[in-house]
Design a protein around this ligand. Structure first.
Ligand code: NAD
Length: 340
């Protein structure tokens, strides 16, 4: 019996999650819901995903566009065991009552408050916390990136204190109404919301985050300084731990991936779909270890990094895998993610 998955909201995250669900042998994509007809709605149909109407849009708009609709969002929910809500920030919370009424489990995204769900989730960080849960929130792209790195660092060396400066992309590539298109805008409140959000996964972690927004659409970059509890023997040992962990891609100097333009070019050529780079990206030359102080950079592809986490969240909720590593391996095999 495959778990039946619905995706409500078919934008940047939703279309990627739908593609990822369709590639898992233990999951069945029962459909996706969109508010309005668009080229993305047409994409869903071309890929064979049943298309449902969400929100106030009349079915008539889809009929006029010649897009075949399978029903309403409530009809989609009636056919699902779990819905992945990938609607814009705060809309997910408004949808929660609808999911409750349909008696369907739900996964929310990082644009929602932590209180929307029973638990906030990261596959490497706290897989087992989502076991059997009915409401799970997959944390945001930046929080996912930091939580994955914490899952490597904390069990090996511990962390007395962690400071992250997040250099954030201004908008996703398809967003033409967001900015800045020139200038650098600091988020003046410290810690930025990312630090407390990481603590929803690692409550004991002493972390402080500061963020600036820059005019790029490609990726976020985190500049990390961790005061460890124990010293790694060398920077090589530190790098090796990341290389040995799934969901990390560590670039060596010979690969000449100097920054986010080259990393995304790597994503374009690798054929896992939508030019995605779902792993945290580190540069081995960008790691410095000085006693108990470790410094490293990581790049995060905001559009795709949380996609495999949504799949693992479903496996945890429905007890489809014995543990986190087994689920992660299964997800990554199906998605074509490689180990660095
Ligand atoms: P998006 O705007 O690209 O897509 C949202 C989709 O939902 C759109 O197609 C929109 O038309 C549709 N929609 C709007 N209202 C709806 C409703 N009531 N019912 C059904 N569909 C509705 O947004 P996104 O970037 O995919 O973000 C979705 C969630 O994922 C947010 O919580 C966001 O914070 C989170 N997230 C986004 C990113 C990112 O960088 N884009 C990264 C990680 C997490």
């Amino acid at each position: 019996m495959r778990v039946r998955v619905a995706v409500n909201g078919y934008g940047t995250i939703g279309k990627r999650v739908a593609d990822a669900v369709a590639r898992q042998s233990d999951l069945e994509l029962v459909g996706v819901a969109k508010t309005r007809p668009s080229f993305e709605a047409e994409r869903a149909i071309q890929r064979g995903y049943p298309l449902y109407v969400a929100g106030d849009a009349g079915r008539a708009d889809f009929d006029v566009a010649g897009l075949k609709v399978a029903g309403t969002v409530d009809e989609m929910l009636a056919r699902a065991d779990v819905v992945v809500d990938a609607t814009p920030d705060k809309v997910g919370a408004a949808n929660r009552a609808r999911y409750d009424a349909a008696n369907v489990r739900a996964i929310f995204q990082g644009g929602e408050k932590a209180s929307v769900a029973e638990v906030s989730f990261n596959a490497l960080g706290n897989f087992s916390a989502a076991r059997g849960k009915r409401r799970v929130r997959v944390v945001s792209c930046n929080t996912t990136g930091i939580a994955r790195a914490a899952a490597v660092i904390l069990p090996r060396w511990g962390a007395e204190r962690w400071d992250v400066t997040l250099v954030r992309r201004a908008a996703d590539p398809a967003e033409s109404k967001k900015g800045p298109i020139n200038g650098i805008v600091p988020s003046l409140h410290i810690p930025s919301h990312h630090g407390p959000d990481v603590q929803t996964i690692f409550p004991e972690l002493a972390i402080s985050t500061a963020a600036v927004v820059v005019p790029t659409t490609l990726m976020h970059v985190h500049v990390n300084h961790v005061r460890l509890r124990d010293s790694p023997a060398s920077a090589e040992e530190f790098v090796a731990a990341f290389r040995a962990t799934p969901r990390f891609r560590v670039f060596a100097p010979w690969e000449q991936a100097d920054g986010t333009p080259q990393v995304m070019e790597y994503g374009r050529g690798r054929g896992i779909g939508l030019d995605d780079v779902m792993e945290n990206v580190l540069w081995s030359d960008g790691v410095t270890v000085d006693g108990r102080d470790a410094y490293f950079f990581q790049a995060i592809h905001q559009e795709s990094v949380t996609v495999p986490e949504n799949i693992d969240a479903i496996r945890a909720m429905f007890d489809l895998a014995p543990d986190g590593p087994a689920s992660i391996a299964q997800t990554d095999r199906a998605l074509g993610l490689t180990r660095s």
